[in-house]
Every structure is written in structure tokens, then in C-alpha cells.
Design a protein around this ligand. Structure first.
Ligand code: 5GP
Length: 195
């Protein structure tokens, strides 16, 4: 089994950009594509961003113990990491990168404490995060409210992560992420920015 890197952030903190940058920088990283019951956004692709499945199928997979971890991230919206996905990537010799929510991240860390590096991407302030979320055009008013409430909750989890990475200036955050992951892949545990 290989190493794992879990990148978590409140929605709107810029996590996806950081994950994409890491995948483009390090050839031995691979993204764990999660299964979800939420509908596909216009710019997303099946099998690349998520495996889109319905709630019944999701429940079947839960009953079959097919998930490494799963959560009802929003009410009636399920997300989960398939064991088969992580195993496939480890078999290829990759270090697996997860973009999952705070509870999922901590569950993965608990299951594989020594192999897992957890990174919490945080906005410069909660207010800035809420503003960023409001500017997203993909959100309906209802889903925006859900996301703001969830983000406020998630911000309280920072201290449980190995690394807290502030995404204020994106270029700076990308360089820091590169350095942290480079060290981790090289075998040194990056100096914990989070005391
Ligand atoms: P979004 O709908 O914006 O793509 O994702 C919503 C939240 O679900 C994000 O915090 C994302 O990291 C999280 N998420 C995505 N996939 C998984 C997963 O497999 N497991 C868990 N626990 N959370 C996930």
C-alpha cells in the first residue's frame, strides 16, 4: 500500500486548484475519483471528477462494504471513496490524492495514520470565503446556504490536520503545497505548520 495525501478545505477555499497543480507537478500522484449522488455540474466529467450514481446504487455499495469511507456531506447528498479506486492506484505504484470533506479526511487518517498526510486549505478569513461562495454561479440560493453553513462548521476542524495551508495569494499557496508534498514524497514528514 502506498502513501496517501488528503486535501480538505471548506467549499470555496481554492482546494481544487491546489490539487490540480500538485497532480500536474508530481507524476507519481494520482487523484482518487469519488462516487457521489449529487448531479454533475456542467464543467465536470464522469469518471474524471466523480462517478455519478443514484442513491439506491450508493446504498448498495455501502451494504457491500465497497467504500473506504463515505459521508452524507450535505443532506441527501452522499460522497464516498471506493476501495477499488484506491487499490487500483496503489497497484500502479501511485501516491493517492483525496479531495474529501473534513470527516472523511480524519477517517482516512485514522485508518492509515502513518501513510497519510492531511492538508487543510484555509481561506484568509471566513468572510472572504463566504464572499467567494456567493460569487459562484453554479449555486442555487438553497445550495449556497447549505455550503456556507457547512464551510463555517468545517473551519473549526483545522487543528486536527497535519498541515494548515492558507490560500491568500494563490501563487504562494501553490509553492507551499509543492514544497510540503515534495518533502512528504521524499520521505520526510514536512514540518508541521499546525502545532
Ligand atoms: P463538491 O460537491 O463541491 O464537489 O464536494 C462537496 C464536498 O464533498 C467537498 O468538501 C469534497 O471534498 C467532499 N467530497 C468529495 N468526495 C468525497 C468523498 O469521497 N468522501 C467524502 N467524505 N467527502 C467527499
Amino acid at each position: 500500500m502506498g502513501k496517501l495525501i488528503v486535501v480538505t478545505a471548506p467549499s470555496g477555499a481554492g482546494k481544487t486548484t491546489i490539487v490540480r497543480h500538485l497532480l500536474a507537478t508530481f507524476g507519481n500522484l494520482a487523484f482518487s475519483v469519488s462516487a457521489t449522488t449529487r448531479s454533475r455540474r456542467e464543467n465536470e466529467r464522469e469518471g474524471v471528477d466523480y462517478y455519478y450514481i443514484n442513491v439506491q446504487k450508493f446504498r448498495e455499495l455501502v451494504a457491500q462494504n465497497a467504500f473506504l469511507e463515505w459521508e452524507e456531506v450535505y443532506e441527501n447528498q452522499f460522497y464516498g471513496t471506493l476501495k477499488s479506486e484506491a487499490e487500483r492506484l496503489w497497484a500502479e505504484g501511485k501516491c493517492v490524492v483525496f479531495d474529501i470533506d473534513v470527516r472523511g479526511a480524519l477517517n482516512v487518517k485514522k485508518a492509515f495514520p502513518d501513510q497519510t498526510l492531511t492538508i487543510f486549505v484555509k481561506p484568509p478569513s471566513p468572510e472572504i470565503l463566504f464572499e467567494r461562495l456567493k460569487k459562484r454561479k453554479s449555486e442555487t440560493q438553497e445550495s449556497l446556504q447549505k455550503r456556507i453553513a457547512k464551510a463555517a462548521f468545517e473551519l473549526t476542524f483545522e487543528k486536527h490536520f497535519d498541515i494548515a495551508l492558507v490560500n491568500d495569494d494563490l501563487e504562494v499557496a501553490l509553492r507551499q503545497a509543492e514544497q510540503i508534498v515534495g518533502e512528504w514524497l521524499g520521505g520526510t514528514k514536512p514540518e508541521t505548520i499546525n502545532p
